[in-house]
Design a protein around this ligand. Structure first.
Ligand code: HEM
Length: 160
């Protein structure tokens, strides 16, 4: 009787052990599951609200940057035009980052045609964007992902 009680106790302990191992495995795989469903860049940028705040700051930086403000002088003078420009930029970033927006503006080639934008101008604008992202404490990963999405547009913007 005593022996069989010990056998039952050992079997029980083994069973419990395997159950807890299974539950640990279960939680590990659900963590993996969460990783697979990683948040989109759009969400990590704070959604449309976060993007609009960054765009506001970004455009303000460009318009006050001595290196490139001449490009934005006319835009700045017309509040409606400035608002439209910001809306287009926010939609473009929203769409490029996986958000539920549709960019309805001109192609990058058409939008920058005849402006004579140089490599240096482009670099200055990127710096102004990074400054805006830094102001809102956007992380390095998010910054790199966004710049990676916008960077390839350079050939459609510079020298048009
Ligand atoms: C990746 C870089 C860039 C992106 C994503 C971008 C995006 C845009 C977008 C979405 C528009 C609005 C197009 C429309 O009206 O339909 C625009 C217009 C414009 N961009 Fe860019 N751009 C970039 C680089 C630059 C650079 C380097 C400059 C000059 C230094 C510049 C100057 C302008 C100006 C002056 C306008 C016209 C604004 C207005 O409507 O009055 N852009 N850009």
């Amino acid at each position: 009787m005593r022996k069989s009680l010990i056998v039952v106790a050992i079997a029980g302990a083994l069973l419990m052990g395997s159950f807890s191992a299974a539950s640990v495995e279960g939680s590990a795989s659900s963590v993996e599951g969460k990783d697979k469903k990683a948040k989109s860049l759009f969400t990590r940028l704070g959604g449309k609200k976060g993007i609009k705040a960054v765009v506001d700051e970004f455009v303000n930086n460009c318009a006050t940057d001595d290196r490139i403000n001449k490009f934005f002088a006319d835009t700045k003078k017309e509040p409606k035009r400035l608002a439209k420009f910001k809306d287009n930029l926010a939609d473009q970033i929203c769409q490029a980052s996986g958000g539920p927006c549709k960019y309805k503006g001109k192609s990058m080639t058409a939008a920058h045609k005849g402006m004579g934008i140089t490599d240096a101008d482009f670099g200055a604008l990127v710096e102004d964007l990074v400054k805006a992202l830094d102001k809102f404490n956007v992380g390095a990963t998010e910054k790199n992902e966004l710049l990676g999405a916008l960077g390839p547009m350079k050939s459609q913007i510079v020298g048009q």
